[in-house]
Design a protein around this ligand. Structure first.
Ligand code: NCD
Length: 337
């Protein structure tokens, strides 16, 4: 029988949906073992020496990009950052050409964030010799954020099994909420979603969660209040979102609301926070807040993911999948390329 570590040898991390319970738990445990490295005076281990990681970010990001960068560097990988404004796509190159160009430089891992769901899977078909990590694709998935949150919960007395996580806010556009809904089904924690009807995906109950429109009703019995930012960049109409004041009144977490929760209930947020919108400053900075723990654990979990994936892609060949397809097409027409 293969060990959990052997079962870990998958080439890409596209989403929580692809992982088994054992694989999720293995990555979280690996992350836990990396926490200590970041607390040492000299934060360096040789694990990924000689490996190259490229961060290719087409959406704004501070914590996720920095977190992957620090994770790679602490494990001695060479890490290169490319953002949308500095990538050749801003000069008209297609995303596929940019990705193929970078892959031709033989990195071990490409960490990709893009506003279009499914970007990583699409590119993976053309980059057989690189591992791809999804750092957030549209409203689809954000696997490393969920692994981060699970590690934060694992370090708490409650753990994550059997707990009730209440996710509040823009569920419809949140890749974080979607990935948690998938993880909860595999790991046995309960999810309540709280949002106005306009910010809930249709048939969200399919994920086995409880649905609330009234935040106050969802608070008692919650172990985690998980607050989301309203994804204004993904709201395509003007009528889904009330005014900021109305939103804060109905769905913002403030001290008064937090008092409805049990003594051990903690507050989480994937960041970036909008203080005064989904969360008030007194709650964000309170002893109940685990928001900065999440940030710390994000680095540890990304060390685990990079370690698990580096070196899983097969060795490169000269011919790319696109070239093979083009040659086959030309041969079929009796022409030489
Ligand atoms: C989240 C994201 O990008 O999906 N943030 C993050 O990765 N730290 C949530 C958000 O943008 O609101």
């Amino acid at each position: 029988m293969s060990t959990p570590h052997q079962q870990m040898f998958f080439q890409h991390l596209f989403g929580i949906g692809q992982l088994s319970k054992e694989q999720i738990e293995h990555l979280v445990s690996m992350g836990e073992s990396f926490i200590e490295l970041s607390r040492r005076p000299i934060k360096k281990a040789p694990t990924l020496r000689g490996k190259t990681v490229i961060n290719l970010f087409f959406e704004n990001s501070t914590r996720t990009r920095t977190s992957f960068e620090i994770a790679g560097k602490r494990l001695s990988a060479d890490v290169i950052n490319i953002s949308a404004s500095t990538s050749a796509t801003s000069k008209g190159e297609t995303l596929l050409d940019t990705a193929e160009t970078l892959a031709a430089m033989q990195p071990h891992v490409l960490v990709i964030r893009h506003s279009i769901a499914g970007t990583c899977e699409f590119l993976a078909d053309f980059l057989p010799h690189t591992s791809i990590v999804n750092a957030g694709d549209g409203a689809h998935e954000h696997p490393t954020q969920i692994l981060t949150d699970l590690l934060t919960l694992k370090t708490q007395a409650s753990g994550y099994e059997g707990i009730t996580m209440t996710i509040v806010g823009d569920i419809a556009h949140s890749r974080v909420a979607r990935s948690h809904l998938l993880a909860a089904q595999k790991l046995g924690y309960k999810v309540r979603v709280v949002a106005p009807k306009t910010l809930l995906p249709s048939q969200v109950e399919q994920y086995g969660c409880e649905v609330f429109h009234n935040f106050d009703e969802a608070i008692p019995g919650s172990d985690v209040l998980y607050m989301l930012r309203v994804q204004t960049e993904r709201l395509t109409d003007n009528c889904s979102f009330p005014s900021i004041r109305e939103y804060h009144e109905a769905y913002g977490l403030n001290r008064k609301r937090l008092a409805l929760a049990g003594d051990n209930c903690v507050v989480m947020h994937p960041g970036p926070m909008n203080r005064g919108v989904e969360i008030s400053s007194d709650v964000a900075d309170s002893a109940r807040s685990r928001i900065l723990d999440q940030v710390e654990h994000g680095v540890a979990v990304r060390m685990a993911v990079l370690t698990a994936l580096c070196g899983t892609a097969p060795e490169p060949e000269k011919r790319t999948p696109r070239r093979e397809k083009a040659e086959a097409a030309m041969q079929a027409q009796g022409k030489l390329l």
